[in-house]
Ligand binder design. Structure first.
Ligand SMILES: Nc1ncnc2c1ncn2[C@@H]1O[C@H](COP(=O)(O)OP(=O)(O)O)[C@@H](O)[C@H]1O
Ligand SMILES: [Mg+2]
Length: 400
């Protein structure tokens, strides 16, 4: 069977590239969108950390996993409509449509015989058909995207929420939607930026816009032609912690060993912001560090991003009144961290002056009201949300 597969589906030779560095060559199955045999490793150092095997090998299984998870997952909100608009049957078909290029890292693939350079291809500098993909992702009405809609960095953009990159004034900006009915996440992301600014925490700056009649958060790309995101998942594949220990300490230790001096402070910032926002989604793809893509040096902890999933955004009104009593924080390999444990994980809670947040719930209220006609959320929900926010800040003040 495998023999016939290979006969009719003859794999081609592809190169995995990192900017203009050749990383590895292998037989690549264009139907299945995966490397099936490694031929040569050109640069072990430039391999994604998670695909390395031993001192100089590659795990095909992990390479496949890594490549697939750069793409659109099968649980993306609005996936069927997106596929219909783009006229493709499976989101995995997008993985290599545009050389697997991304604007969150600098990996891409090309056929061995094709000679193209990263300078010509990369989407940090090259324009793309942003509107066709954007409309395909967000619009619910009928739309038939031209083929150019398939050639964007959105093919390698992971995550649950509807989202699309747009280019504004030469910068890639990310538009990201919220979960239908309440669409609270974009407003929450704006709120988290506001809280972070007041507390001096380095977080992505989100603001709220309306796109295709939906609320979206908008932020600038935190990366550029010389920097890339290394997610906690990649970091932890270096640390290789045991499954039955909590991964916070190994994570911090690896960051420190890789030269990031303020790792402890930055993790405190994350815990504080997530505590206030009652974030329920801090999994290994939702935090990381920024690496110099040329020297491979780790530069700093990435600004905190994906801050919207919290403050009861997935709960019905009646479940928000005492949401925090039942709230469990999710971080790394634990999704069961209670408030009192979370507070103890913060190394130096005293360094934060929470009085700068006084009155912030009125701003939150104002913003939720501004979009009420679109989201349809009730006055009662807004009251419940603002008092939940106030309680979170009070708990931290009292814990100091
Ligand atoms: N500002 C940004 N700059 C560069 N890459 C980003 C930025 N925001 C998100 N990303 C990338 O996009 C992915 C999905 O974004 P995220 O905000 O986590 O969406 P979701 O809420 O759907 O999980 C992130 O894991 C990260 O790789
Ligand atoms: Mg995410």
């Amino acid at each position: 069977m495998e023999f016939l597969d290979r006969l009719f589906n003859k794999p081609k030779i592809y190169i995995l590239m990192h900017k203009d560095i050749q990383v590895l060559s292998g037989e690549y199955n264009e139907e299945k969108h995966r490397f099936e045999k490694i031929i040569h490793i050109f640069s072990y150092d430039h391999l994604p950390y998670s695909v390395r095997k031993g001192e100089n090998g590659v795990s095909l299984k992990r390479l496949d996993h890594w490549f697939r998870w750069r793409g659109i997952p099968d649980y993306r909100v609005g996936l069927n409509v997106l596929l219909d608009h783009l006229d493709i049957s499976d989101q995995r078909d997008l993985l290599d449509k545009e050389y697997g290029l991304s604007v969150s890292d600098h990996y891409w693939i090309r056929e061995e015989k094709e000679h193209v350079s990263y300078a010509d291809l990369n989407f940090f500098e090259r324009p793309y058909d942003q509107d066709s993909f954007g409309i395909s992702m967000f619009a619910s009405s009928r739309f038939k995207s031209p083929k150019s809609g398939l050639h964007t960095p959105n093919n390698t953009l992971c995550g649950y929420q509807k989202k699309a990159w747009f280019q504004r004034n030469g910068v890639n900006v990310l538009l990201k939607g919220g979960t239908p009915i309440y669409q609270q996440e974009p407003v929450n992301e704006w709120l988290a930026s506001e809280i972070a600014n007041r507390l001096g925490i380095d977080a992505i700056q989100y603001h709220v816009e309306i796109y295709e009649n939906q609320l979206v958060s908008v932020c600038d790309n935190m990366l550029d032609l010389d920097t890339e995101l290394i997610t906690a998942e990649e970091v932890l594949s270096l640390a290789k912690p045991d499954k039955d220990v909590f991964w916070l300490t190994p994570y911090q230790k690896t960051l420190t060993e890789m030269g990031i001096a303020d790792a402890g402070k930055k993790l405190d910032d994350l815990l504080v912001l997530d505590f206030i926002m009652t974030n329920t989604d801090r999994h290994n793809q939702n935090l990381g560090v920024i690496r110099d893509a040329n020297t491979l040096q780790w530069l700093k902890v990435a600004p905190i991003f994906d801050t919207g999933t919290g403050l009861g955004c997935l709960k019905e009104d009646n479940d928000i009144a005492n949401f925090d009593e039942f709230y469990h924080y999710r971080l790394f390999n634990s999704d069961n961290i209670l408030d009192n444990i979370c507070v103890h994980l913060i190394l130096n809670l005293k360094r934060y002056d929470f009085s700068v947040l006084d009155g912030i719930e009125s701003l939150y209220e104002e913003r939720l009201r501004k979009y009420q006609r679109l989201t349809g959320i009730t006055d009662r929900r807004i009251d419940l949300l603002t008092s939940l926010l106030r309680r979170r800040i009070e708990i931290l003040k009292h814990a100091q």
